[in-house]
Design a protein around this ligand. Structure first.
Ligand code: 6GU
Length: 246
C-alpha cells in the first residue's frame, strides 16, 4: 500500500512512521510512506497556506489553491492508481473498525490534513471520505491522520503476523476484549484467574467469551446491538443482566 499525507508539518510523521510496526511495515515492503509539505505548492515569499475567513470571525482558513495544486501534482503519475483521498475533520464520518477495514483495501491513500483552523470548503471536492476521530477538537490533522494510518496499516496482510491476536478478533466480532494476564501468577496478592492456569482450552475459551460479553454489557452496551452473538452468548447475557439487576 502507498500512503501519502499532505500537510504543513510533514515532520510530525517522523517518529510515528519511523518506529516499531509502522517502520517494520515499510522495511518489509508492505507499505510505502511519503509526507508532502503543502508549502511546496505556494508561490509567495511567506509560503502562505491560510488566510482570513470570508464573513469575518476568529482564526484562519486553509486556502484551497495550494491543496488543489498539490493534489494535481501528487496524482499526476499515470503509472500509479488514483488515491482514496481522506480529509480529517471533526465534521467527518466517525472512525471505527469498519472504516479502517474499508481503507485498508485501497492500494493508495492520500490524507489531507488541516491545522488549527478549517479548510476552505471548496477543497472538500477532492475528498472521497472525511473522517473524524470523535466529538472533540484536535489542533492537528496530522495527529488525527496518524491514528487512522496506524489502524489501517495493522490490517494490511503480513504487517502484524503472529501479533494479530485476540484484539483484532475481538473487535471484528463487535465485542470488547477479555482481560489478559502474563507472569507472575500472583502479584502483590492479586492472582491470575485459576481457569487460565488450568490447561483446559475449552474452559479458557468459554471464560474469555463470557468476560468479553460481560465487559461489553457493562461498559459498551451499545455494541451488543451489532455484535455477532450465538444462542449460548444470548443465554449468558440474559443470566448476567438478571443477576446484575437482582
Ligand atoms: Cl479528524 N481532526 C481534528 N483536527 N480534530 C478532530 C478530529 C480530526 N477528529 C476529532 N477531532
Amino acid at each position: 500500500m502507498l500512503i501519502e499525507t499532505l500537510s504543513t508539518f510533514p515532520n510530525m510523521y517522523d517518529s510515528v512512521m519511523g518506529t516499531s510496526i509502522m517502520k517494520r511495515a515499510q522495511d518489509k515492503g508492505a507499505l510505502q510512506f511519503r509526507a508532502y509539505d503543502l508549502r511546496d505548492w505556494t508561490h509567495d515569499r511567506h509560503r502562505t497556506t491560510d488566510d482570513d475567513p470570508y464573513g469575518g470571525g476568529h482564526g484562519l482558513v486553509m486556502k484551497c489553491e495550494p491543496i488543489f495544486e498539490a493534489y494535481e501534482a501528487i496524482t499526476r503519475d499515470a503509472a500509479l492508481p488514483k488515491p482514496t483521498t481522506v480529509f480529517l475533520s471533526p465534521c467527518g464520518r466517525s472512525f471505527d473498525d469498519a472504516l479502517a477495514t474499508e481503507l485498508s483495501q485501497s492500494e493508495r491513500l492520500l490524507f489531507v490534513c488541516g491545522h488549527y483552523e478549517g479548510i476552505d470548503e471548496r477543497a472538500y471536492a477532492l475528498a472521497d471520505v472525511t473522517v473524524s476521530l470523535g466529538d472533540y477538537v484536535l489542533t492537528s490533522g496530522e495527529l488525527a491522520s496518524m491514528v487512522v494510518i496506524d489502524a489501517v496499516v495493522r490490517k494490511i496482510p503480513g504487517v502484524l503476523g503472529a501479533e494479530l491476536g485476540a484484539v483484532e478478533e475481538s473487535f471484528a466480532g463487535g465485542l470488547l476484549e477479555y482481560p489478559q494476564y502474563t507472569r507472575p501468577a500472583s502479584f502483590r496478592g492479586s492472582c491470575v484467574p485459576d481457569v487460565l492456569l488450568s490447561g483446559n482450552h475449552a474452559a479458557i475459551a468459554r471464560w474469555r467469551r463470557e468476560q468479553s460479553l460481560a465487559r461489553t454489557a457493562q461498559l459498551r452496551p451499545d455494541l451488543l446491538r451489532c455484535a455477532d452473538l450465538d444462542e449460548a452468548d444470548r443465554r449468558f447475557l440474559r443470566n448476567f443482566l438478571e443477576s446484575a439487576h437482582a
